[in-house]
Design a protein around this ligand. Structure first.
Ligand code: FRU
Length: 480
């Protein structure tokens, strides 16, 4: 059976084999979700980038297809997006049979080596067969580098009030917005961010999209940053504000993170999903992505997450929560007797079962420490919990398994608790080598990978005598 190697995620997308980083070109078209991804098909380390391709009907079960884009004389194929050109603004398709158009960065390694500052340029390719085969545009690149070393990761959408395409582009320490009538000619509109947000590293992989809260529309701008994340290395920050078709204006000046864990990077949302916004990130960190101890493939994506805005403490925050489609693979729901959990003992073991991927959900008061511990017979353990004194959640993988492959790996990472509710809602999605915490409905999220010598077969909860309400364990079926 394929997809059953040690550490192979069973509920998450990972490439059949070899290297993967950023999700690219995520778009929904004719009943199919497309996921392209940064891929090097010749090794399990980063190399000349291609766009791998996978499709899904439900965001949960994926099928990997042949490589969509290969490097060429203009360079490697770096991150970017895909749009469906329904109005045929590009002329590549027809209105009846619109083209899918990929907008990506051509990264020229020779130019980089030669010391040029102009080695990253934006190019396009189109597909007339629903994403199976792609033709690169003869006039590439369509947006030339003005002399900025980091000039990449175009994310494009149709801005209907202005009848034009908008591109968000990562330009070193800021995001630059461009507009176009036809995806072939681009005009600079504005820049954002050189004095706002986190700046511990270069800005990458932006995404700009609207979301409503209480009927009022706001615009969210995602910006990945590497290094400079809240728990070292790579992470994704976001801004909430307004967009007028040319300029993004944020409200507030606080730096916000979509996920505080170490392993959620370069995530963006699917295009063409209407009012719904579904996000997926790369479940790794550039600090050690090339070293993690998997043999056949390297790295997976996070679970697809639905994004929403939430008003808390007078500010607007982005929540992320597994898409409801995940319910399709819930094998059963085990409800644990709440009476048992109210006992004032400290630790007790709720399940002992064969290695499995599952969701764990409960509510408890946010007044004392509590933790969920996954452990194995090799004495390894992963702890995900709440530190009441500092009102923060954490993932502790200090002793979770293999870690000598990188000095940056072992350790504890934290997420502030943002909710003001007296009870906290704690949900974990556990897979063969990853855990995703969605606390308080996804207001505080954390993602971390781990590599135990033996699979974890024991799940314990330390409740410090606090009553735990509504404990549910939902084993998940493999998606493969
Ligand atoms: C982010 C990133 C992008 C770039 C790609 C290269 O992880 O560095 O900025 O396009 O990876 O693989």
């Amino acid at each position: 059976i394929p997809y059953n190697e040690p550490y192979r995620p069973q509920a998450h997308f990972s490439p059949k084999e070899k290297w993967m980083n950023d999700p690219n070109g995520m778009v929904y078209y004719k009943g199919t979700y497309h996921l392209f991804f940064q891929h090097y098909p010749a090794a399990t380390v980063w190399g000349p980038m291609h766009w791998g391709h996978a499709v899904s009907k439900d965001l949960v079960h994926w099928k990997q297809l042949p490589i969509a884009l290969y490097p060429d004389k203009l360079g490697y194929i770096f991150s970017g997006s895909v749009v469906v050109d329904e109005r045929n603004t590009s002329g590549f398709g027809t209105k009846d049979k619109p083209a899918m158009i990929a907008i990506f960065t051509h990264h020229d390694p020779k130019g980089e080596k030669a010391g040029s500052a102009k080695f990253q340029n934006q190019s396009i390719a189109y597909s007339l067969d629903e994403g199976l085969t792609w033709t690169k545009y003869k006039g590439n690149p369509v947006l030339k580098n003005p002399g900025i070393k980091d000039f990449r990761d175009p994310k494009v959408f149709w801005y209907s009030p202005g009848s034009k395409w908008i591109m968000s582009l990562a330009t070193k320490d800021r995001i630059t917005f461009y507009s176009s009538p036809d995806l072939k000619t681009w005009k600079k509109e504005s820049e954002f961010g050189q004095v706002l947000g986190a700046h511990g590293g270069v800005w990458e992989c932006p995404d700009l999209f609207p979301l409503k809260i209480n009927g009022k529309e706001y615009w969210v701008l995602l910006v990945s940053i590497n290094p400079g994340g809240p728990n070292k290395g790579s992470a994704t920050q976001y801004f909430v504000g307004h967009f007028d078709g040319g300029k993004f204006t944020p409200i507030g000046s606080q730096t916000k993170w979509i996920d505080f864990g170490p392993d959620n990077y370069a995530g963006v949302t699917f295009g063409n999903t209407g009012n719904r916004k579904v996000f997926m990130g790369w479940m790794s960190n550039w600090l050690y992505a090339n070293q993690v101890p998997t043999l056949k493939w390297r790295n997976a994506m996070t679970i697809p997450r639905e994004l929403s805005l939430k008003l808390t403490a007078g500010d607007i925050w982005l929540t992320s929560y597994p898409v409801e489609e995940l319910e399709k693979i819930v094998a059963k729901t085990i409800k644990v007797d709440a009476g048992l959990l109210a006992k004032d003992n400290n630790v007790f073991s709720v399940i002992k079962q064969t290695p499995a991927q599952y969701l764990l959900k409960f509510n408890t008061l946010a007044i004392k420490d509590y933790a969920v511990i996954l452990s194995n017979t090799a004495g390894e353990r992963l702890i995900v919990g709440f530190d009441a004194k500092n009102s923060r959640y954490y993932i502790d993988r200090t002793k979770a398994g293999l870690s000598t492959f990188s000095k940056q790996f072992a350790g504890k990472s934290y997420a502030p608790r943002l909710s003001l509710s007296p009870t906290s809602n704690f949900e974990l999605l556990v897979d063969a080598s990853s855990v995703e915490l969605f606390a308080d409905g996804g207001l505080s999220s954390m993602t971390g990978v781990y590599f135990p010598k033996k699979p974890y077969t024991r799940l314990s909860i330390v409740n410090n005598g606090m009553e735990i309400e509504k404990l549910q364990i939902q084993p998940l079926k493999s998606i493969w």
